[in-house]
Design a protein around this ligand. Structure first.
Ligand SMILES: Nc1ncnc2c1ncn2[C@@H]1O[C@H](COP(=O)(O)OP(=O)(O)O)[C@@H](O)[C@H]1O
Ligand SMILES: [Mg+2]
Length: 298
């Protein structure tokens, strides 16, 4: 074999190796995203199951509160009747019993316990509702007229954990009409933008601003952070599938490419402004009416 043939072979071998390596990476990333997708489905399924029992516990709780109020009313009537028994055995026993069961304390504490439990239940119910809204498990994936703010709010609740220790969130919502869209897919977009914003925040507490506005036949939503920003040479690549600057396990590099695909499907666009060291702003612009379809009025 001549030297030049050998070199060609070595080159071919090298590029095959590189290709193999990138395929392996791609497979690992796909597995990861597949896993994330099934975790999402699982969460949505669990939320769906919890929804029912929480519903009747909540409703029974309301009834119970009413019953307790009636019992307390009755107790008070008994109390008022007590002086009539003054001097009798029964009056002595009643007074002792009242002390033993700590009636005054109970009357004070029961409403507090009820209020606290109700607050807890409301919170669980809210989380479950948000999970359901977010994944829209109960509806077919179809084009509907929906409020973006509602989707963003439930998405914000879902990712609250990811954000709350790093940044404050400020909502500057404009007046938006409902738009014709695939709501749960758009929620995915907002989730990715919000999580990315949270990830970009450094050790100091940051600020994420979610803004929206109406531009006639289009609406826009911005997610702005005052985090790390994006280097100019990376800006062109952030929408590439598998492009990530995050360590394995933290980033898959799929978030923005997914978001891009979803926004594209809506005939919208994503624009990015970023200044390294100061932060980034992602703006999603979407048509109000589904492009290319003569949809019904909202
Ligand atoms: N708000 C942001 N601030 C700084 N960098 C960002 C922001 N959003 C995205 N990026 C950059 O774009 C890359 C790709 O984002 P994404 O597709 O969501 O993948 P991942 O978050 O899994 O890395 C990130 O790794 C990061 O380098
Ligand atoms: Mg991401």
């Amino acid at each position: 074999m001549s030297e030049s043939e050998l070199i060609t072979l070595q080159r071919a071998n090298q590029s095959l190796r590189a290709l193999n390596e990138s395929l392996r990476n791609a497979q690992a990333q796909l597995l990861q995203s597949e896993r994330l997708a099934s975790i999402g489905q699982l969460a949505a399924g669990v939320a769906h199951e919890i929804n029912n029992p929480i519903g009747y516990v909540f409703s029974n709780f309301g009834t119970l509160e009413g019953y307790l109020a009636r019992l307390v009313e009755m107790l008070e009537a008994y109390e008022q009747a007590e002086p009539a028994l003054a001097g009798s055995d029964i009056a002595v026993r009643l007074a002792a019993l009242r002390g033993r069961v700590e009636l005054d304390y109970l009357k004070q504490d029961i409403p507090l316990l009820m209020a606290e439990s109700k607050e807890g239940l409301s919170r669980v119910r809210k989380i479950v509702q948000d999970l359901k809204d977010f994944s829209r498990v109960d509806t077919q994936q179809e084009w509907v007229w929906a409020s973006l703010h509602q989707g963003i709010d439930s998405t914000l609740n879902i990712v609250a954990n990811e954000i709350k220790y790093r940044a404050d969130v400020r909502r500057e919502y404009g007046d938006l009409p409902d738009i014709e869209c695939l709501p749960s897919e758009l929620n995915q977009v907002f989730m990715n933008l919000l999580v990315n914003a949270a990830h970009a925040i450094g050790p100091e507490r940051g600020l994420i601003v979610v803004r929206s506005g109406d531009a006639g036949s289009e609406v826009w939503v911005e997610v702005e952070d005052n985090g790390s920003g994006i280097a100019p040479e990376q800006l062109a690549r952030i929408f590439d599938p598998f492009f990530t600057t995050k360590p394995v396990g933290r980033g898959t590099g799929l978030g923005l490419s997914l978001a891009y695909g979803i926004v594209h499907k809506h005939h919208g666009r994503i624009d990015v402004r970023s200044e390294p060291g100061r932060g980034s702003c992602f703006r999603v612009t979407l048509p109000v009416r589904r492009a290319g379809a003569e949809g019904a009025a909202p």
